[in-house]
Ligand binder design. Structure first.
Ligand SMILES: [Zn+2]
Length: 365
């Protein structure tokens, strides 16, 4: 997703409320956006506030400020994000001379661009740290920034992501939150309302994101994030109507399916009666049609000629035309059956037996 604007985000009521605030701007203010998906709204709202010629309260997307905010960093858009004991890579340290806040911001731009619906957990793993937090020093930096005049735009916006983590440290911000100087805005972003001090809540305009319906999720994720309907439906029950949670579940699901597919290929290598037992116990673990489809697709991707050269030499043999063609036909047949609701265990069992034959034919000889 590039050039993120309020009108393109899925919670229409929230977008229109925020656009109302841009169209009829107050002099300054503190907003508190709450919800799993609140982060991209904070960013799109900030872009609209900074835009030189907003359209119906939304960023125009084309003015020189919008072009800059599209790159995430702009001198008048200040990000405060949680961090931890972050280590710079050799390149970051030696080539780019990055450390401290600059290092975190450099990683942040990459991570946020990759996924504007990033969760705390994803960010911690991007930073390669166990725990992330929002130290008081960062809050002091936020205060300092809000007191300093803007450089280029007509306004200045400070986004504090992870306001849940401020704890009582947030008390040092009360005066600033109460009344930021003219043309300066603070956007606090939190997952839950309950973790925010009442003294902070009372000083903010609170906007809570309601959960999306399954259809809204499907429409948004398929049009904007290249996710298939099927992938959304598989995890919808646990996604709680949140884009970020659904995306993270899909990623996890696909990681698990890949693991299972690799395991199955290893099983195909096995010979003798032991092998049949392996297949039985392995297919026993499979239950849903959608998970089986994921596994079947991964089985095919393992012999994809583009990547197979990275694999075992047997996999390389199977990624050559005659064997590959047979495998592709078997996989297509399996997907065809699964699309017609044939029992997933039976389908996978059949597929694995046939794949074992292909293996024997091309590799064992
Ligand atoms: Zn603009």
């Amino acid at each position: 997703m590039k050039n993120i604007r309020l009108s393109e985000l899925p919670h229409e009521s929230v977008s229109s409320e925020l656009r109302g605030h841009v169209a009829n701007p107050r002099v300054s203010g503190t907003f508190l956006l709450i919800g799993e998906d609140a982060l991209p709204y904070a960013y799109a709202f900030a872009r609209a506030l900074l835009c030189e010629s907003p359209i119906d309260g939304d960023a125009c997307g084309t003015c020189s400020t919008c072009r800059k905010t599209n790159k995430i960093l702009h001198p008048d858009l200040v990000w405060i994000v949680p961090s931890g004991k972050v280590q710079a890579t050799k390149e970051e340290k030696e080539m780019k001379g990055l450390e401290g806040r600059a290092l975190v911001m450099n990683k942040w731009v990459t991570a946020f661009r990759k996924n504007p619906f990033i969760r705390y957990e994803d960010w911690a793993s991007e930073l390669k740290v166990k725990n992330i937090n929002l130290p008081v020093a960062d809050l002091r930096y936020a205060i300092e920034q809000i007191q300093t005049r803007q450089y280029e735009a007509q306004r200045k916006v400070v986004i504090i992501w992870g306001a849940d983590m401020m704890g009582t440290g947030g008390n040092i911000m009360l005066k600033t939150l109460e009344e930021p100087p003219a043309n300066r805005f603070i956007i606090l972003v939190a997952r839950n309302k309950s973790s925010i001090l009442p003294t902070i809540r009372s000083r903010s305009i609170i906007i809570t994101l309601p959960p999306l319906s399954e259809n809204q999720l499907i429409t948004f994720l398929s049009s904007q994030m290249r996710v298939s309907t099927e992938e959304v439906v598989t995890v919808a029950e646990w996604g709680r109507g949140s884009v970020s949670l659904t995306l993270s579940l899909i990623k996890e699901n696909s990681r698990l399916a890949k693991g299972r597919a690799t395991e199955l290929w290893n099983i195909i290598h096995q010979k003798g009666p032991e092998w049949q037992t392996w297949i039985n116990s392995s297919t026993d673990k499979v239950d849903s049609i959608s998970t089986t489809k994921e596994i079947v697709k991964w089985i095919l991707s393992i012999v994809d000629p583009q990547f197979a050269h990275l694999g075992h030499k047997h996999i390389q043999v199977l990624s050559q035309p005659p064997a590959l063609k047979e495998i592709m036909t078997l996989v297509e047949d399996a997907l065809y059956s699964l699309n017609r609701n044939v029992n997933p265990k039976l389908t996978l069992h059949y597929l694995l037996n046939r794949l074992h034959e292909v293996y024997k034919k091309y590799v064992d000889n």
